[in-house]
Design a protein around this ligand. Structure first.
Ligand SMILES: Cc1cc2nc3c(=O)[nH]c(=O)nc-3n(C[C@H](O)[C@H](O)[C@H](O)COP(=O)(O)OP(=O)(O)OC[C@H]3O[C@@H](n4cnc5c(N)ncnc54)[C@H](O)[C@@H]3O)c2cc1C
Length: 386
């Protein structure tokens, strides 16, 4: 039993859930932990190789059914996200964007032909997907998007720019959301279509072990069959975000756990004033407060996961989880950094990397402020978005 599991929450996991968690933890130990500090420093990640490894284990589109997907429970998927993000938030992002955003959009809204074309290859990690909603001038407010799709004969022609798109520079297919005369629609855009270019966004100080890009769509001509027939209106991409946010509720706990375990180990082995840091009351107060928050976050994630498995999870409930767990994970990472003193800022330890990563996690998939507004609207019945 992990010393962090103060409330014995692990005991309420099924045997299968525990096994899946152990397998993903081992994969992260073997394929991610030994390399991730270097990837982060260099700002490079072997996304294709990782995708194939994750595909072999059935982690891509893990909670989806059919088309080569594993069909696991939401809780099992959450536990996998937790273990992946204990490795690095960027690595978890690769899996989330592939499974919960790109694959989910095609699985839920695509035609049979689109599903057959993309999902088995994406589940195996042979094809990488991305999800283009954010634009340079429209982030929290995607309803104002300016990317356009117009009909031209039997074709669609897309024009616009998508910004901050995870996986874009290495993707084979982008799910792109665009405004049409009939409202927002989604398109499965092969990245080798003439007029599509993906530029990598450099100089990131966060999520450096993740590839992020800008997608330019310069009068990109697509056949009618590229449009996702089931996606009508903005609620379609927002439903994909709900899927991905559920994974983040769990994932953030993984980053926080890695920081806490590192800080615990450091505090018990480092001596100042003749005794271990862990023996000082102030250090114990920090550790206790962080462990309490972590356990609360774990309970929250498990509750939301069980609601998802019962088919009863509402988007505003996911907002509660994303708001709380990412905010607390970031606070934990920063506090753990103080326990490591100067070593806390060193890449020799994972803590500062996790803290920096969590800055992105706090912002993407709806900023904390946006989730506060969602919860506020639920409480008051009033929208304070605009
Ligand atoms: C590393 C990384 C990867 C990403 N990957 C993807 C991806 O794969 N696909 C994708 O589509 N997007 C992606 N994003 C984009 C991300 O979803 C957006 O950055 C996010 O939605 C916020 O938009 P913005 O950056 O334009 O900030 P803005 O919307 O400009 O917000 C700036 C600040 O203003 C606040 N604010 C905005 N509106 C309100 C309001 N009504 N009331 C109060 N405060 C408000 C925000 O909370 C924030 O604090 C990624 C971002 C990052 C950093």
């Amino acid at each position: 039993m992990s010393p962090l599991d103060l409330l014995d929450i692990d005991a309420s996991l099924s045997e299968e859930e525990r096994q899946i968690r152990a397998v993903v933890r081992q994969l992260v130990d073997d394929k991610v932990r030994p390399h991730v500090a270097g990837w982060y420093e260099q700002g490079r990640v072997p996304a294709r190789e990782l995708a194939r490894e994750f595909g072999k284990l059935g982690l891509l589109g893990m909670h989806l059914t059919g088309y080569g997907c594993a069909g696991s429970s939401a809780v099992a998927y959450g536990l996998a996200c937790l273990e992946l993000e204990a490795g690095d938030s960027g690595v978890r992002s690769l899996v989330s964007v592939q499974g919960s955003l790109a694959m989910y959009a095609i699985w839920r809204f695509g035609s049979e032909e689109q599903k057959q074309r993309w999902l088995p290859a994406m589940a195996a990690g042979e094809a990488i997907g991305c999800f283009g909603l954010t634009e340079p001038d429209h982030g929290s407010d995607p309803a104002s998007m300016t990317t356009r799709a117009r009909r031209d004969g039997g074709d669609w022609v897309l024009h616009g720019t998508k910004m901050w798109i995870t996986n874009a520079p290495v993707a084979d297919v982008a799910v792109v959301w665009a405004r049409t005369g009939e409202g927002v629609r989604g398109f499965a855009v092969p990245m080798d279509t003439p007029g599509v270019t993906a530029r990598e966004i450099g100089r990131k100080m966060s999520l450096r072990a993740s590839v992020t890009g800008e997608i330019s769509l310069d009068d990109v001509r697509l056949p009618a069959a590229a449009q996702l027939p089931g996606a009508t209106g903005l609620k379609a991409p927002l439903s994909c975000l709900t899927e991905a946010r559920h994974g983040i509720v769990w994932g953030a706990l993984g980053a926080a756990r890695e920081c806490l375990e590192t800080a615990l180990g450091y505090a018990t082995s480092r001596t100042q004033f003749g005794k271990p840091l862990a023996a000082f009351q102030l250090t114990q107060a920090k550790l206790a407060d962080m462990a309490v928050e972590w356990n609360k976050g774990y309970l929250l994630a498990l509750h939301l996961g069980r609601l998802a498995d019962a088919g009863r999870l509402r988007p505003d409930q996911v907002s509660v989880g994303k708001l709380n767990n990412v905010r607390e994970a970031l606070a934990i990472a920063r506090q753990c950094r103080t326990i490591l003193g100067a070593n806390g800022v060193s890449g020799e330890y994972p803590v500062m990397r996790h803290a920096n990563n969590l800055e992105s996690v706090l912002t993407y998939e709806g900023t904390s402020e946006i989730h506060q507004l969602v919860v506020g609207q639920r409480l008051t019945g009033l929208s304070a978005f605009a």
